[in-house]
Design a protein around this ligand. Structure first.
Ligand code: ADP
Length: 357
């Protein structure tokens, strides 16, 4: 006989689900004093142990969202729970249960790596007897054991970033927030940092990372959300998101790549009857990119349409979709296009942040 589902079971199930969640956001909105609404109705659940990526162009709302999660900003409306604790009601408890690496490093350049970690241990009140071992483990985790006693001002940008991340882990938080950790690093330093981030996650820490790099999100994260203009416009694993494109991508290199010619080429493709409603055309550095479920069928026709308008194609390539193509499908623009527009718009200084104490 089937056992009836009792109220107690419902409560138990809810409690079990809640205990598996590292973060729960419900209809979060954030508006700055100057009226800019940076986060618009975001709802999101992140499970413990995930390597989660929030991907979006400059000015999309990533930092604002992360600051509400680490309680530096108080939501205008909405509900934020971190490690099972309400972030508005108990900000101190939330801060004690997370690590946070902001975009600007907080490493003291005049101290050695070890001294920076000792200072962080003091701040987080790590018991004296545990400090030496914990510092040794963290230096190893971020690959700085050989330079433990060198001053941080002799370190490269990548080394400082790794030290900064280590300082945010001294109190062994189950959840760590990293705001664009690889920004400004050269490709080799970025790859190195990726290895350490993977290792941190492999040791059981939930990672919440923001990034403007599609490639980074693709490599590191097992789940992603894409944010644009403060709204989450997609979420899923990198593979699930790529499936949304539904077909291959055609990359076209044009002989002349002046903005006028590339814009003319885009119009020519859009005005040709070959695309269908489900195709998207974006601009790249040297031509166009077209995402469509029927790329292979329409490819040649598109090339002919361009030649007919005296727009010579020097190269074309059909490939599997990337996250960049997902962005194009979702927003109608390539990531680079949106990125450049946003960078221009958000180049003004902001001073009036609200601090949640
Ligand atoms: P991202 O981290 O994705 O680059 P941000 O969260 O920094 O985006 O910014 C989101 C929006 O909020 C942008 O329009 C930005 O100009 C605006 N903004 C950020 N900080 C402030 C502030 N202190 N005061 C007013 N507007 C701000």
């Amino acid at each position: 006989m089937t056992k009836p589902l009792t109220t107690t079971n419902h409560v138990d199930n809810r409690a079990a689900t809640a205990s598996r969640r590292a973060i729960s956001l419900t209809d979060l909105w954030f508006t700055y004093y100057n009226g800019t609404t940076a986060v618009r109705g975001v709802s999101l659940d992140i499970r413990k142990g995930e390597f989660f990526g929030l991907l979006g162009p400059n000015g999309a709302g990533k930092t604002t969202l992360i600051k509400t999660l680490v309680t530096l900003l108080k939501p205008t409306t909405g509900h934020v729970t971190v490690n099972g604790v309400d972030a508005v009601e108990q900000p101190v408890a939330v801060r004690n249960s997370v690590g946070y690496t902001a975009q600007d490093t907080s490493v003291d350049p005049e101290l050695t790596a070890r001294e920076n970690l000792q200072y962080a241990c003091k701040m987080y009140r790590v018991p004296q007897v545990e400090r030496a071992d914990r510092i040794a483990d963290l230096l190893q985790l971020v690959g700085l054991e050989d330079v433990a006693d060198a001053r941080a001002d002799t370190f490269s940008g990548g080394m400082r970033k790794r030290l900064d991340i280590a300082t945010s882990l001294v109190h062994r938080p189950p959840l760590v927030f990293l705001d664009e950790p690889t920004n400004g690093l050269d490709p080799a330093a970025r790859l190195r940092l990726w290895e350490h981030l993977r290792e941190i996650n492999a040791q059981g820490t939930t990672v919440f990372l923001t990034t403007q790099y599609l490639e980074e999100a693709d490599h590191l994260c097992n789940r992603l959300a894409v944010i644009a203009d403060g709204e989450l416009i997609a979420r899923g694993s990198p593979a699930e998101l790529k499936q949304q494109v539904g077909g291959d991508t055609l990359e076209i290199t044009l002989q002349t790549t002046t903005p006028t010619d590339v814009a003319r080429a885009r119009r020519a493709v859009l005005e040709s009857d070959h695309l269908g409603e489900d195709a998207h055309v974006g601009l790249t550095q040297d031509g166009l990119v077209i995402s469509s479920p029927r790329t292979r069928q329409i490819g040649t026709k598109v090339l002919v349409a361009l030649e007919e308008r005296d727009l010579s194609v020097t190269q074309f390539n059909i490939r599997s979709p990337t996250l960049d193509d997902v962005f194009l499908t979702l927003t109608g623009e390539t990531f680079d296009e949106t990125h450049q527009e946003k960078a221009t718009l958000s180049s003004t200084e902001h001073v009036n942040e609200e601090v949640n104490t």
